[in-house]
Design a protein around this ligand. Structure first.
Ligand code: M6R
Length: 613
C-alpha cells in the first residue's frame, strides 16, 4: 500500500519520480505528490487522484531539481484529498517526508507535539512523524540522520520513509520497518523505491533495506547504513534479475489482460528446472531440506489472504488427496488474532504474491514464535515473507502489476501441485505409474491454457450478454470449489458486480432462493470430480429459470443441452483442473469490467500490496 520513490543525482529528478510513481501506482492511487529541492527551496506539489492528475497540476510549476521524493497513496489515516496527500512538511518546512505504512501511536505523539507548539495541516500519521523528527533535531541539536534514528525508536508501527531536507541538496535519509524498500545504486546517482520497478531501467545494482535499518544516501559519501540501535551495517549489493519488458504492457490494453495471456509462459517458468519428464522427477530445491519435516508434520496450516487464500484451498485438496497430509487453510487475518493451537510439529505455509501482506507476515511471525516450521510460496524475490521464512518456493510468475491477481494464482497452484506430487510420491501414496501420468499431465498444462485462451473471442461474446446484471453466482465442487470463489472475487473486485462463490451442493441450503431469470450462474462442470452431481445442480438452477454458463470438458454434450452457454476446456486430470478452469473466469471478469467502463488495472478502493492490517 502506497508507493514511494526518490532520487538524488545529476539528472532532473521530476521525470524520474513521475515515471517511478506511474510504475508504483498499482500500490495505491488515492493521491500523488512530489517534492524537489531546487535553489535552496523545496517545491512540493500534491493532488488527490492519479499520477496523471498530479502531472496536469504541475504543468506550469517549477519542477526543477536533481533531488526529490514522490508518493502515491492508498489512504489509511484521513480521507483521500489534497491535504492528506504526501509528501508532508515539518513545522518549519525544512523537511519533507514520504511514508508507506502506519504509525500506530501517532495520536499520543501528536498530542505531545501540539503541546510543544506544533501545528498540523493533515489528518495523517505521517505528518506527525516528520514533526517529531524536526522536534528531536531542534531539542538535541543532532544531525538529521541521528534525529530520524531517535524518532524511529519512539514510534510503534510500520514504515518505509524517505526524508528530503532543505539544508542538504545532496542527501536523502531513508528507513524501513515492515514495509518494503529498495535502494538502486547508479553510476553517480541513487534511486529509492517501494519495489524495483522504478529503478530497473537505470541500474541493476540494488540493496534491499532490512527492518529497522536507516540509510544515509549521499552523493559524495555514498550509501551508509545503521540500525535503529546504532549498529553499523555493510550494504549488501545484489543484482536485479527483473527485465524492463516484464513491467510494461507490451501492446495489451491492460496489465490484467497481458498477465492472463502470460499464463502459459508463467506456469512453464514455475515448473522449469523442477519438473523433469525425461528423468521422471519433481525437485523443489527451496524446500528440499524440509521435506521430511513436512512428511512427518502433524498437519500443514496454510495462511494467506484473498486470491492467495483461494490457492491455499486448492492446496488443501492437493495435499490431502495426493499426499495424505492433513491441511488447514486459514485467513491470515483471523489466524493471527484467534489464539490458534500451534506447535513445533506443525508446518505453516504462507502463500503470497507480494510477500508483503501485513496479515500474512503477522500470522507467520506468530507461528514462528510457537516453534512451527514456517515456509513461503511467494512471487516477489527478496520480499519480506521470502526472507523471514525458514525455506520456500518461488512462483516465478514475473511481476504482476494488475491489482486483480491472475498469473500469480496459477503459479501458486502450480507450486502446490508440484509439492503435493513430490510429497505424495516420496510418501508412497502415489505409485510409480500414477506419478508418471500426473507428471506428464502437469507438463501439458501450459499448452492447454493456450487452448483455453484461443477461445477468448467466444468468452467475450458470452460475457457481453451479462455485462449489465447486478449479481452473479459461481458454483464448483471439490478441487473447483476454490475456483468458484476465485471467479467470484475476480468479478467483484474489477467490475463491482456482486458475486458469490459456493460449493455447488450448498446452493440448496440457501442461495437457491436467489435464482431467477436475472441471475447468471457460472458452474464449473468438468468431467470427473462429482460431475454427475454438478449436472444435477445445473438442473436445479435451470428448473428455476436461472441462466447457466458452464465450464465443461471439451466434447461434453450432456451439459451443452442444459446450459445457456458452455465454455470448453481441454481434458485434464482432476487435481490439475483448477489451472485450466480459472482461465475463462478471469477472462469473463476482465471483459465484463472493460464493457462496464471500469478501471481494470486499478479498481476503486484497492491496492496491489496490502501492507496494513
Ligand atoms: O500479495 P498477496 O498474494 O499476499 O495478496 C493477497 C491479496 O491481497 C490479493 O490476492 C488480493 O485478494 C487480489 N487483489 C485478488 O485479486
Amino acid at each position: 500500500m502506497c508507493g514511494i520513490v526518490a532520487y538524488v543525482g545529476h539528472h532532473d529528478a521530476f521525470p524520474i519520480l513521475i515515471k517511478g510513481l506511474q510504475r508504483l501506482e498499482y500500490r495505491g492511487y488515492d493521491s500523488a505528490g512530489v517534492a524537489m529541492l531546487s535553489n535552496g527551496e523545496i517545491n512540493l506539489y500534491k493532488k488527490k487522484g492519479k499520477v496523471s492528475d498530479l502531472l496536469e497540476f504541475t504543468k506550469d510549476k517549477d519542477v526543477t531539481g536533481n533531488i526529490g521524493i514522490g508518493h502515491t497513496r492508498w489512504a489509511t489515516h484521513g480521507p483521500p484529498n489534497d491535504v492528506n496527500a504526501h509528501p508532508h512538511f515539518s513545522e518549519n518546512k525544512k523537511l519533507a517526508i514520504i511514508h508507506n505504512g502506519i504509525i500506530e501511536n501517532y495520536a499520543s505523539l501528536k498530542a505531545e507535539l501540539i503541546k510543544r507548539g506544533h501545528h498540523f495541516e493533515s489528518e495523517t500519521d505521517t505528518e506527525v512523524l516528520i514533526h517529531l523528527i524536526e522536534d528531536i533535531q531542534e531539542k538535541t541539536g543532532k544531525d538529521l540522520f541521528e534525529a530520524v534514528r531517535i524518532a524511529l525508536g519512539e514510534v510503534i508501527g510500520a514504515y518505509a520513509i524517505v526524508i528530503l531536507s532543505k539544508d542538504d541538496p545532496h542527501t536523502l535519509i531513508a528507513a524501513k520497518k515492515s514495509s518494503p524498500m529498495v535502494i538502486g545504486i547508479g553510476e553517480d546517482d541513487f534511486y529509492i523505491a517501494s519495489d524495483a520497478t522504478p529503478i530497473i531501467e537505470y541500474t541493476k545494482n540494488v540493496v534491499y533495506l532490512e527492518d529497522e535499518e536507516i540509510a544515509r544516501i549521499d552523493l559524495k559519501d555514498g550509501l551508509k547504513l545503521k540500525t535503529i540501535k546504532n549498529e553499523k551495517i555493510e550494504p549488501y549489493i545484489q543484482e536485479l534479475e527483473l527485465q524492463l519488458e516484464a513491467i510494461e504492457k507490451g501492446g495489451y490494453d491492460h496489465f490484467m489482460l497481458k498477465e492472463i495471456y502470460e499464463q502459459p509462459r508463467s506456469v512453464q517458468d514455475c515448473m522449469r528446472g523442477r519438473l523433469n519428464i525425461r528423468k521422471g522427477t519433481v525437485a523443489l530445491g527451496g524446500i528440499k531440506d524440509y521435506e521430511n519435516k513436512i512428511l512427518n508434520a502433524n498437519r500443514i496450516i496454510i495462511v494467506a489472504c484473498g486470491t492467495s487464500w483461494h490457492a491455499g484451498l486448492v492446496g488443501e485438496y492437493l495435499f490431502e488427496d495426493l499426499a495424505r497430509i492433513p491441511v488447514e487453510v486459514e485467513y491470515a487475518s483471523e489466524f493471527r488474532y484467534r489464539n490458534p493451537i500451534i506447535n513445533e510439529n506443525d508446518v505453516v505455509i504462507a502463500i503470497s504474491q507480494s510477500g508483503e501482506t501485513a496479515d500474512t507476515i503477522a500470522a507467520l511471525e506468530l507461528a514462528k514464535s510457537k516453534g512451527a516450521t514456517i515456509l513461503g510460496v511467494c512471487n516477489v524475490v527478496g520480499s519480506t515473507i521470502s526472507r523471514i521464512t525458514d525455506a520456500g518456493v518461488y512462483t516465478h510468475a514475473g511481476p504482476e502489476i494488475g491489482v486483480a491477481s491472475t498469473k500469480a494464482f496459477t503459479a501458486q497452484v502450480t507450486v502446490l501441485c508440484l509439492m503435493a506430487l513430490r510429497l505424495g510420491h516420496l510418501k508412497g501414496v502415489i505409485n510409480e505409474s500414477d506419478f508418471h501420468r500426473l507428471l506428464i499431465e502437469l507438463s501439458s498444462v501450459p499448452e492447454k491454457i493456450e487452448n483455453v485462451l484461443e477461445n477468448a473471442e467466444y468468452i467475450k461474446e458470452v460475457s457481453a450478454k451479462y455485462k449489465d446484471v447486478s449479481n452473479f453466482l459461481y458454483l464448483g465442487r471439490g478441487y473447483n470449489f476454490p475456483v468458484a470463489l476465485e471467479g467470484a472475487l475476480k468479478l467483484k473486485e474489477i467490475s463491482y458486480i456482486h458475486a458469490e462463490g459456493y460449493p455447488a451442493a450448498e446452493m440448496k441450503h440457501g442461495p437457491i432462493a436467489l435464482i431467477d431469470e436475472d441471475m447468471p450462474v457460472i458452474v464449473i462442470a468438468t468431467k470427473k470430480g462429482n460431475y454427475e452431481k454438478v449436472v444435477s445442480n445445473i438442473q436445479e438452477v435451470k428448473a428455476r429459470n436461472g441462466k447457466v454458463i458452464a465450464i465443461v470438458t471439451k466434447g461434453d454434450e450432456t451439459v451443452k443441452k442444459m446450459a445457456d452457454y458452455v465454455i470448453e476446456i481441454p481434458e485434464i486430470v482432476e487435481p490439475w483442473s483448477p489451472l485450466l478452469t480459472v482461465i475463462p473466469l478471469q477472462l469473463v471478469s476482465y471483459y465484463i469490467a472493460v464493457m462496464r467502463g471500469c478501471n481494470v488495472d486499478q479498481p476503486r478502493n484497492l491496492a496491489k500490496s496490502v501492507t496494513v492490517e
